[in-house]
Design a protein around this ligand. Structure first.
Ligand code: SF4
Length: 400
């Protein structure tokens, strides 16, 4: 068989590179030079939005998402909500999954300007031994949860993949789903964690705007925009079933961030059909040492609703996740319109379930209701709270 020429090798590499999410965003000018998108958003008319809403909901096109997140679509929110609710009920039934986050460490090597855990912030930091984490997890299990999210800052010397694998192995008996929201890992580390029983990873890009990303991340391993962007590929290649995407809402123009999110999700869905994509909507919250007046792009409640509805109308099967960062009245208002998974009774300080006053939290929780109160609220909306998603025995027979 003839050896490929240097030109053929170059073009193969080129083809692969051209298809990366980084190249797609650059080609569409969604990572920089966003003025052209601001203009396109302003050019959308109510008639354009109505034309989109007259088509069958649930599939993605960038121009469709553009119409749905435009200022013109604000006049069509009721119709968007009606279609989103119908589509969500068709795909997910009347169920909402409940989960609880378990914070493992508040030590961090990064300098993210929006976060209370950033390395320059002076406060008493905490990290949990495996036994302490298990004690918190037991409290969570006793509330009824079988879906747990392990959360940590970038504390690689303590929260290692060995630590996480051991913790997951010990949680597997008690929890039917274990997810992580932790610093970015390599594909090899993700595979190891998948084999230990961790099924999902959420990794926020924080912002798809390169310039803003650099400004918000002045130091630490997280400062590499391109490396961050590759994280979801590594998770999917490691076999993770759930891949969570999101931006930190408040850092950049939410309308353009949503377009970039749509492109990223569409890219992952086309490439990795075995993994399920979900969107989270973390809005900037007050946190220790973080001045809020530094963030000119904070969203109104109405903006956030529009963003959720627009994504649902483009991604019929995507999970939409809403955390306790949001206030109770807001969660009550939107819970029936599109979300599929919500947290309840959250503590954002490591050890907070066993000792309420232990250490500083990453941000202030807004909805402080107990898990039972949240479940009752769902029932009042005619929704069924799901504490356990699937059976571990089923997953084990489907493991590689
Ligand atoms: S956002 Fe994460 S990585 Fe950045 S400072 Fe906070 S905990 Fe550390």
């Amino acid at each position: 068989m003839p050896r490929p020429t240097a030109h053929a090798v170059r073009s193969m590499v080129q083809t692969h590179t051209d298809n990366s999410i980084g190249d797609i965003l650059a080609k569409r000018h969604l990572d920089a030079d966003r003025d052209r998108w601001r203009q396109r958003l302003r050019d959308v008319t109510t008639r354009d939005v109505e034309a989109v809403l007259a088509t069958r909901p649930g599939s993605y096109r960038l121009d469709k998402l553009l119409a749905l997140v435009s200022p013109a679509a604000e006049a069509c929110l009721e119709e968007m909500a009606r279609q989103s609710q119908t589509l969500t009920r068709q795909r997910f039934g009347r169920t909402i999954k409940l989960y609880a986050p378990l914070y493992l460490s508040s030590f961090c090597v990064n300098r993210c300007r929006y976060c209370g855990f950033n390395v320059e912030n002076r406060f008493e930091r905490t990290r949990l031994t495996i036994d302490e984490a298990l004690a918190d997890a037991e409290r969570i299990a006793r509330e009824g949860f079988r879906d747990i999210l392990l959360v940590s800052s970038e504390d690689r010397t303590f929260i290692t993949s060995d630590y996480l694998a051991e913790l997951a192995a010990r949680l597997r008996e008690r929890f039917s789903f274990i997810g992580i929201e932790i610093y970015q890992m390599s594909a090899g580390e993700y595979r190891r964690l998948f084999e230990a029983g961790i099924e999902g990873v959420t990794l926020y890009q924080e912002t798809y705007d390169r310039q803003e990303y650099a400004r918000q991340h002045p130091g630490g391993p997280k400062a590499d925009y391109d490396l961050r962007l590759r994280g979801p590929d590594d998770m999917a290649q490691a076999g993770m079933r759930e891949i969570g995407l999101g931006v930190l809402l408040g850092l950049a123009d939410w309308r353009i961030e949503t377009l970039a999110l749509g492109e990223h999700a569409s890219y992952l869905i086309r490439r990795y059909w075995r993994s399920h994509v979900s969107f989270s909507f973390p809005r900037l919250r007050p946190a220790c040492g973080v001045p809020r007046d530094e963030f000119p792009h904070l969203l109104t409640d109405r903006n956030l609703v529009q963003m959720m509805l627009a994504l649902r109308l483009c991604f019929a099967d995507a999970g939409l996740v809403l955390s306790t960062r949001e206030a109770a009245p807001f969660r009550d208002h939107v819970v029936a319109l599109g979300p599929t998974r919500i947290s309840a009774g959250s503590r954002t300080n490591p050890g907070g379930y066993s000792q309420a006053d232990r250490g500083e939290g990453q941000f202030e929780v807004s909805d402080r209701r107990s898990p039972r109160e949240v479940a009752d609220m769902l029932a009042r909306h005619g929704l069924e709270p799901v504490w356990k998603d699937w059976d571990r025995a089923f997953l084990d027979t489907n493991r590689p």
